[in-house]
Design a binder for this molecule. Structure first.
Ligand code: ZN
Length: 141
């Protein structure tokens, strides 16, 4: 698995792989279901649909910070689904948040209907080290 371009200490990537594989086997959900959100958002980490492509600042050379993402789709399932958009016929108390389903009556209204490839996104980055806060973007689809 390829995680965001963190500067991981040696061996940590392998340890994370083992833990997420165990999570998948024992509980049936994966890294993306429990550790990321892939829709439009401010902050956090990009929900890359292709291998991560973090930009370095042209001014100072440090890795830029993720500012916001605009994605082509908004998922109709999962832990980041707003409570008001969840399926009222699903038992919310017995359903883990990452298994939440959208209300079928509202599902067609999700998202902004922008075409970004098939399921891509545009990710904006900023450098807070440089005084002029340069920014850039990446696009994947
Ligand atoms: Zn910079």
């Amino acid at each position: 698995m390829e995680y965001p371009n963190w500067d991981l200490p040696e061996g940590l990537s392998e340890l994370l792989d083992e833990r997420f594989e165990a999570l998948q086997e024992e509980r049936g959900f994966d890294y993306f279901e429990v550790a990321t959100t892939q829709q439009s958002k401010v902050g956090g980490y990009p929900g890359w649909t292709q291998p991560p492509d973090w930009p370095d600042c042209a001014g100072c050379g440090t890795r830029m910070e993720h500012l916001l993402s605009a994605t082509a789709t908004e998922p109709g399932t999962g832990r980041w689904l707003p409570l008001d958009d969840r399926n009222p016929s699903q038992d919310q108390a017995a359903t883990p948040s990452w298994r939440a389903e959208a209300d079928p009556a509202t599902l067609d209204a999700f998202g902004h209907n922008m075409g970004l490839g098939d399921i891509g996104g545009v990710y904006f980055f900023v450098c807070r080290v440089c005084p002029d806060t340069p920014y850039t973007h990446r696009y994947d689809c």
